[in-house]
Ligand binder design. Structure first.
Ligand SMILES: C[S@@+](CC[C@H](N)C(=O)[O-])C[C@H]1O[C@@H](n2cnc3c(N)ncnc32)[C@H](O)[C@@H]1O
Length: 249
């Protein structure tokens, strides 16, 4: 039981900073309901809480299993009226949901797995209305190498270090990772202007798990650390993920 609590605490720390910035961006756009598109939204980890905040959320995901799980979660949360689930690929967003329809588009942990991250980002830009905001969460290539070394997977670290990031191509569906510059350049090329970039999971993946089991204050302290470091440029390279809020040009 204690371990479950610690595991939940760690999970909430992993997403808390994303929620801080996402909620502030939503609030800045105006009151609910906003029209939110969650590209590759999976089983609704973000979509359902957004619906619970009163927003109208469309999830586009190619996986029937994820969409089935989403529908169960939506029903359990009582948000059926606010969530629409569509099967589709991020690259095809304009034909699946139309162009210029959304105030906010989420693309969280999806650029790593799409066929072409630039094509997906262009489609996301097209789905946004002028003045809309994209929330993009992507794996940081520098931190990925450090994490492999920490786990003793030196060969993998070497492979990641020397492979070109931003493109997969080695058979590993999670091989695509982004440096800060690569992510910023890809967004800009797609017609999205980065407004804030911050680090997510700067410490959450390295804190000893046992600490969260035994110290009831550890989760709160860890969260405080994450929030304090999120926008400090010196800490961006060691963040497991980079979260960018970007305006549509
Ligand atoms: C790691 S999960 C992230 C789920 C969700 N965005 C989140 O942050 O909790 C990656 C998701 O991307 C979806 N996906 C895979 N290929 C995709 C594509 N070409 N276009 C859109 N989504 C895709 C998967 O089905 C999966 O739901």
């Amino acid at each position: 039981m204690v371990r479950d609590g610690a595991s939940r605490g760690r999970t909430s720390v992993r997403t808390a900073v994303v929620w801080d910035y996402l909620r502030a961006a939503l609030d800045g756009l105006g009151p609910a309901p906003l029209r939110v598109l969650d590209a590759g939204g999976g089983s609704g980890g973000f979509a359902v809480p957004l619906a619970q905040l009163g927003h109208h959320v469309t999830v586009v995901d190619p996986s029937p299993d994820s969409l089935a799980a989403l529908e169960r979660r939506v029903a359990e949360a009582g948000t059926t009226q606010q969530v629409r689930a569509l099967q589709g690929d991020a690259a095809d967003l304009p034909s699946v949901v139309g162009a210029g329809e959304f105030d906010v588009v989420l693309c969280h942990s999806v650029l790593e797995v799409v066929d072409d991250s630039l094509v997906a980002l262009r489609a996301i830009a097209q789905a946004l209305r002028p003045g809309g905001i994209a929330s993009v969460l992507a794996t940081n290539s520098t931190a990925a190498v450090v994490a492999r070394v920490g786990a003793g997977r030196l060969g993998e670290a070497q492979r990641l270090l020397t492979s070109s990031t931003g493109s997969s191509g080695d058979g590993d569906p999670l091989a695509r990772r982004f440096s800060l510059a690569e992510l910023r350049d890809a967004l800009t090329e797609a017609g999205l202007r980065p407004r804030t970039i911050h680090g997510v999971r700067i410490f959450a993946d390295t804190v000893p798990p046992a600490l969260l089991d035994v110290d009831p204050n550890a989760v709160a302290e860890l969260l405080e650390l994450e929030r304090a470091a999120a926008e400090l440029p010196d800490y961006l390279p060691i963040a497991t993920q980079l979260h960018v809020l970007a305006d549509r040009d």
